[in-house]
Design a protein around this ligand. Structure first.
Ligand code: SF4
Length: 316
């Protein structure tokens, strides 16, 4: 296992540590707010409601914590300008072993609440079963992302992977996760430049290549639109046309949240209310024709699905 200082300057490592990231090599884990909430208050994340994953057993990680080829204005992570992934990198099994070890260290403080939490839940939390490969950075930049998903599958994990869609060549070849997310914040090239601030050439064309590729990929697929008031809650017909290209099983329309480092780039008023997100989703759906399948007010997210309720989707 490499050392984070092999890849990142001290000030960047310090910044991640201040944000409670556990760094190892070029990877990291961080205890998700909703994992803590599920353990301590029995309030899971909307993905447990919609897709049945177990939030208290979720491992939120990244195999490339500081590497992304976009600089999205709404991103809550401390962005960097690293688009090239390092040549020397860690193996999938090493990354997963270390991620679980670090997760257990992050959970160690919960031991004193075992009576409230219960032995069974605490034991389960220390034996994660869901991997959210979406902590920070662009996971498809990690050259062994397919093998990482494969290794998780061998260990009976479900895997959710969120990609910015700029690497259709990787998506086409890799072993696919249980659920593949493509992030879509722009309805056209102008919005893409303004919101995603891509660091690579032809990014809009690459994103569209991934959208066109999605119907052929044999796994569950979701498009997630982060709705930013005053920036992209418009052009609904264009959004619907892009979503139709990809024909995903699900489309999540989720409010931008004024949190983390995004507060340096956006304002509180860019964060829409749940009712505004719902109206935006309805306007898109007029052109898309999907089913309204669920919503989560605490997460300000609405779920549209291609088929009527094919999962026991709950709302809150
Ligand atoms: S699926 Fe995402 S939101 Fe839910 S617990 Fe895991 S990291 Fe958190």
């Amino acid at each position: 296992m490499h050392n984070p200082s092999d890849y990142m300057p001290a000030e960047l490592i310090a910044m991640f540590k201040r944000q409670q990231y556990k760094l190892f090599g070029h990877s990291a884990v961080k205890l998700c707010h909703w994992t803590k909430s599920a353990i301590y208050r029995n309030k899971p994340c909307y993905k447990q409601l919609f897709y049945g994953i177990e939030s208290h057993r979720c491992l939120q990680l990244s195999p490339g914590v500081a590497w992304c080829d976009q600089n999205c204005s709404f991103c809550w992570r401390p962005l960097t300008k690293y688009a090239q992934f390092p040549k020397q990198f860690d193996e999938p099994a090493e990354i997963i072993d270390e991620a679980i070890k670090q997760q257990r260290i992050l959970l160690s403080g919960y031991g004193e609440f075992r009576e409230k939490i219960g032995e069974k839940k605490l034991l389960e939390a220390n034996n994660p079963s869901q991997a959210a490969i979406s902590l920070a950075g662009e996971p498809t930049l990690y050259p062994k992302i397919g093998e990482l998903v494969e290794e998780f599958e061998k260990r009976k994990f479900t895997t959710f992977l969120v990609s910015n869609g700029l690497h259709p060549d990787v998506l086409e070849k890799m072993l696919l996760p249980t659920q593949l997310y493509l992030s879509l914040e722009a309805a056209n090239p102008r919005m893409h430049k303004e919101i995603n601030h891509p660091l690579v050439k032809d990014s809009w064309e690459l994103l569209n290549e991934s959208l066109v590729l999605l119907p052929s990929l044999k796994t569950r697929k979701a498009i997630r639109i982060t709705a930013i008031k005053g920036l992209n809650m418009s052009n609904e017909e264009e959004f619907a046309a892009l979503i139709q290209k990809a024909s995903p099983d699900f489309c999540e329309i989720k409010a931008y949240m004024f949190v983390g480092y995004s507060r340096k780039r956006l304002e509180m008023h860019n964060m829409p209310l749940h009712s505004e997100v719902k109206q935006f989703a309805e306007r898109i759906n007029k052109h898309l024709g999907y089913h309204f399948s669920g919503e989560s007010r605490p997460s300000r997210v609405v779920l549209l699905s291609k088929k009527k309720n094919n999962l026991k989707i709950k709302s809150n």
